[in-house]
Design a protein around this ligand. Sequence first.
Ligand code: CP
Ligand code: NVA
Length: 314
Amino acid sequence: MKHLRSLFDLSIDEFHDILNLADSLKQKLADGQRPDLLKNRSLALLFEKASLRTRVSFEAGMIQLGGAAIYLTSDVGWRERETIGDFVRVLSEYCDFVVCRAISQATVDQLAAYNVLPVINGLTDQSHPCQAMADIMTMREQCGGELKGKQLTFVGDGNNVARSLLKSAAICGMKFRLAGPTKFQIEAKLVQRVQQHFGILDFDQSPDIPAMVRDSDFLYTDVWTSMGQETEANERTASFTPYQINAAMMKHAPTHCKVLHCLPARRGLEITDEVIDSPSSIVFLQAANRLHLQKGLLVWLGMQNGIIPSDEVK
Ligand code: CP
Ligand code: NVA
């Protein structure tokens, strides 16, 4: 069974197939078409953390594709009333897919291990694959379809979003740089695994902001304190303050450089109003593409897992 536990679940070709499907569904929607490729199919949403974009784009995406989404609240007694195995086996009798936003990557992996329905990672401590794929879709649009050789620089914490972007950059042949304090950089083990898995990675990370930012086609940032790290907020704010994306930092970047943020943003911390609301910012295009990417992903997983026949997808 095909899942999306992380981007390691995809080959380079599969990653691009999903993006191409997402592009095509986006174009169809712009043309007023909402093909009901997931008619009568249902998606469960199991979220251990807050969400606007991921939850609503999956729900709206299912509606547009003719199916339905069911947001599971605490009433289902997740982790309280029965084992994960019993839970997911029962869920698979009612639903065709599940999106799980989990505190720990292990939870998503455990759900998937039963192989009873496709599991989609809606963010964990380790990764945020749907976000990174929508970001690649957005950057591709900015570059007329080709990202090979372009530089994406992540400024800040080597967190779940940065880690998924690292994999996505490898897949697309982009250069990936991270500007951040040594303590919060991406660990060498992951970098090696990405290199081995995808066979290509042009990567560097350093606290040296001008060196990392200088050749960027895209600058990306995220919150300094992710969900679940609230007790570290003071230490993190102190460490990351020099890494705010502001007008002074933008002077180190080429004038054509675009700015991304997965949102929600802490305006005035990791990014200033001046930058996030400037013409260089593409943050709302990113948020919009979450919908299209998720639709492409659901249709692709539907075909891969025999939930919908491939010949229905033109
Ligand atoms: N970027 C993102 O995943 O947003 P939500 O936390 O609102 O889903
Ligand atoms: N790194 C952030 C991303 C939110 C979409 C977090 O995990 O809270």
